[in-house]
Design a binder for this molecule. Structure first.
Ligand SMILES: Cc1cc2nc3c(=O)[nH]c(=O)nc-3n(C[C@H](O)[C@H](O)[C@H](O)COP(=O)(O)O)c2cc1C
Length: 149
């Protein structure tokens, strides 16, 4: 199944680490959002979309990218994120936009990521050292359990 793992990781490289192990497990192509050619999206049967969480949702550029895609059918998508608090519901807004575009959501993964937002910076951030090896192992297990058509 031709798969792309597409991510935006701009704070500390937290989401990049998760994207890398998911792509490795799926033997998928991996690209940053900036390096992704929108014209090539129709080539993939499954796409994973991930970023850090900014004010309780994925990065705005990821939403803009998905909104700019044509409507699709028969394509699977999964969503992943890293954030200081790691609430599963942070993934819901991006899932909703993908569903509206016609993607079938087959998985959702969230884990902690070092967070130096605003006042947290004064104390060295929260979730320091995350994602750690156990988070990355959970990401591998998540990827291995995704249904392949
Ligand atoms: C401006 C800003 C807003 C953020 N908002 C949230 C948030 O609402 N909830 C949360 O848990 N983490 C929040 N974070 C923390 C990031 O989601 C976290 O550091 C993430 O792992 C960054 O991923 P990256 O290193 O791949 O960019 C925020 C960070 C920044 C800089």
């Amino acid at each position: 199944m031709k798969t792309l793992v597409l991510y935006k990781s701009l704070c500390h490289g937290n989401t990049q680490k998760v994207a890398a192990v998911i792509a490795e497990t799926l033997k998928a192509e991996i690209k940053t959002l900036e390096d992704t050619d929108r014209e090539r999206i129709p080539e993939y049967e499954m796409i994973g979309f991930g970023s850090g969480i900014f004010y309780q949702k994925h990065h705005k550029t990821l939403f803009d990218f998905v909104e700019s895609l044509p409507e699709t059918k028969n394509k699977q998508a999964f969503v992943f994120s890293t954030s200081g608090l790691c609430l599963p519901e942070f993934n819901t807004p991006l899932e909703s936009v993908l569903k509206k575009k016609g993607f079938q959501i087959t998985g959702s993964f969230a884990c902690k990521g070092w967070d130096t937002w605003g006042p947290y910076k004064l104390v060295g951030g929260i979730a320091k050292g995350r994602p750690d090896e156990s988070d990355l192992q959970l990401a591998r297990e998540f990827a291995a359990a995704l249904p392949l058509k």
